[in-house]
Design a binder for this molecule. Structure first.
Ligand code: 9MR
Length: 370
């Protein structure tokens, strides 16, 4: 009987223990799900800039038409700094000798001001998007160095003065160093360099400083992590600083792809530039899924490419967070994968943290996980 009882009891005891265990597991998993949901709710209420509030401002390059409707809301949520993607460039803001066009740049600055955002000015002196008139006289002949410098001074003084106190940082000089593995070739053969030699470089910084002594003045370039180019830039900046030129910071544009730069080259570039006492920003961040011009294009956002992009973004933001004392801002070049300057017909690059519907991509969730 005892044996029978105990034999009978065993299944009952076992079943009740089993049921109690299930109930406990269910209750605890409801609790966990509840907590996870709450965490996710909190996370989805936060924008990218909020996750990075103890690190650096997070910016985005915009056109005035990004600042309306759903994109405006998404921008206000995620970013606290704006860079005009094109409308402050010489050809657009200063289309003819005595003609300035302020409306579009004003719209961006006003939007930033009414939403408590910073503005980075881009760019005062560049070989690209600069009206041909700047370098020609009335009969189409190339102007003298004196005329070119006088025009550059007028341009910088007018633009910086207009936004004094509203634009906190300027890309004074953009892409003046040549991409050439020959380290003896330093400067890009731009119209500015051809007409003025090196002199326009120091002058550009001085005139910007005179127009707004509080503005943070940047040299901005791409391929800044490629050792040969990095060292040419470093040497130029060192020379400028030694001569007392008011250059305060360097912009690593950050047009990167999933294989480049390596973590080591990124770290080395930040360390090397900041050893000059300069602050560092990533000014035009994007990570195309194509690794080179000869890569298979239009392959689409495959799971493999998505994963490589996630890994790259994770690595880069880990480095940037670690070096937060040297980094004063990180700006993305365009708002979302809906439109990137990299896109061509039949070639979408998917380089940003937000998808075509303005929703955070998987890479975004990795970038805010720390
Ligand atoms: O994103 C800009 C694109 O809309 C323009 O057509 C292009 C013209 O050169 O300039 C792009 O922005 C560039 C930036 O001003 C400087 N660094 C490289 C950027 C991408 O070309």
């Amino acid at each position: 009987m005892k044996t029978i009882l105990s034999n009978n009891k065993t299944p009952i005891t076992f079943i009740s223990v089993f049921l109690v265990a299930i109930v406990i597991m269910l209750l605890s998993s409801f609790g966990r799900a509840g907590r996870e949901n709450n965490a996710n709710e909190v996370d989805t209420l936060k924008g990218l800039k909020d996750f990075y509030k103890d690190y650096f401002p997070i910016g985005v390059a915009v056109a005035p038409n990004n600042l309306v409707g759903e994109q405006a809301e998404m921008i206000k949520k995620n970013f606290n700094s704006l860079t005009p993607e094109n409308v402050m460039k010489p050809a657009l803001i200063h289309p003819a000798e005595n003609k300035y066009f302020w409306d579009d740049a004003d719209k961006i600055v006003e939007f930033a001001q009414s939403n408590g955002m910073k503005v980075r000015g881009h760019t005062l002196c560049w070989h690209g998007q600069t009206g041909a008139w700047m370098f020609k006289d009335s009969i189409g002949k190339q102007v003298t160095k004196e005329v070119a410098l006088a025009r550059l001074k007028d341009h910088i003084t007018q633009v910086v003065s207009r936004y004094k106190g509203k634009v906190y940082a300027w890309d004074v000089l953009n892409e003046a160093i040549v991409d050439d593995n020959d380290s003896s070739k330093v400067y890009r053969d731009s119209p500015w360099y051809k007409i003025c030699g090196e002199e326009f470089i120091a002058k550009a910084f001085q005139w910007a400083h005179e127009a707004d002594p509080k503005a943070v003045l940047f040299y901005n370039d791409y391929n800044t992590e490629v050792p040969v180019k990095r060292d040419k830039i470093y040497n130029m900046l060192k020379k400028l600083l030694k001569a007392g030129v008011p250059v305060n910071a360097i912009g690593l544009q950050g047009h990167w792809h999933t294989d480049d730069p390596s973590e080591q080259n990124l770290r080395d570039a930040i360390d090397k530039f900041s050893s000059l006492g300069l602050k560092v920003q990533v000014t035009e961040f994007d990570v195309t899924i194509y690794t080179s011009k000869t890569d298979t294009i239009n392959i689409g956002f495959t799971p493999e490419r998505e994963q490589k992009q996630i890994d790259f973004y994770k690595m880069a933001f880990k480095v940037l967070r670690e070096k937060k004392d040297l980094i004063t801002g990180v700006t993305f070049w365009n708002v979302s994968d809906r439109r990137s300057w990299l896109d061509r017909p039949n070639k979408k690059s998917y380089p940003l943290l937000f998808d075509e519907n303005l929703k955070p991509k998987k890479a975004y969730w990795e970038v805010v996980k720390f």
